[in-house]
Design a protein. Structure first.
Length: 126
C-alpha cells in the first residue's frame, strides 16, 4: 500500500519529471492507477490526442500526477519525488529524469484552437 513507505510526508513533496517513458509503460501506469482509484481530473481533447500528443492529470486525495506524451519523445510523468519512487518500484521501471517537453508549461494550452489563433496573432504583431 502507498502509505506503508510514507511516500506522502512533507519531505517527499518536491517535483521531478520522468522523461522518455516508453509508450507501453506510460499507458500501463495510467491504466493501473485508474483501476486503483485514481481519478482523471483533466485530459487533453485536441484533434491529435493520442496520435501526436496526449496529456492527463490523475489525482487521488491530495496527490496529483501529470502525464504528458508526444510521438517524438514518448511519455513524461511529473509528480512528487515520492510518487515517482513508488511508481518505479510498483512497475519495475528505472526512470530517467530530465526537462519536460510535453509537460512544459503552456505546451498543451497552445494547442487549443482559440489559443493557437491568439498565439499566432501575437507572433505577427511583433
Amino acid at each position: 500500500m502507498l502509505a506503508e513507505k510514507s511516500y506522502f510526508t512533507k519531505e517527499y513533496q518536491t517535483m521531478k519529471v520522468a522523461t522518455g517513458v516508453k509508450t507501453e509503460d506510460w499507458n500501463r501506469i495510467i491504466r493501473t492507477l485508474t483501476r486503483d482509484g485514481w481519478k482523471v481530473r483533466s485530459k487533453y481533447a485536441g484533434i491529435d490526442a493520442g496520435i501526436d500528443n496526449d496529456f492527463l492529470i490523475l489525482s487521488k486525495g491530495a496527490e496529483q500526477i501529470r502525464f504528458g506524451w508526444t510521438n517524438y519523445f514518448e511519455g513524461e510523468i511529473k509528480c512528487s519525488d515520492s510518487l515517482l519512487e513508488y511508481l518505479s518500484e510498483k512497475f519495475g521501471i528505472k526512470f530517467i529524469y530530465g526537462d519536460a517537453v510535453a509537460l512544459m508549461d503552456g505546451y498543451f494550452e497552445q494547442k487549443e484552437p482559440a489559443k493557437i489563433f491568439s498565439w499566432v496573432k501575437k507572433l505577427f504583431k511583433k
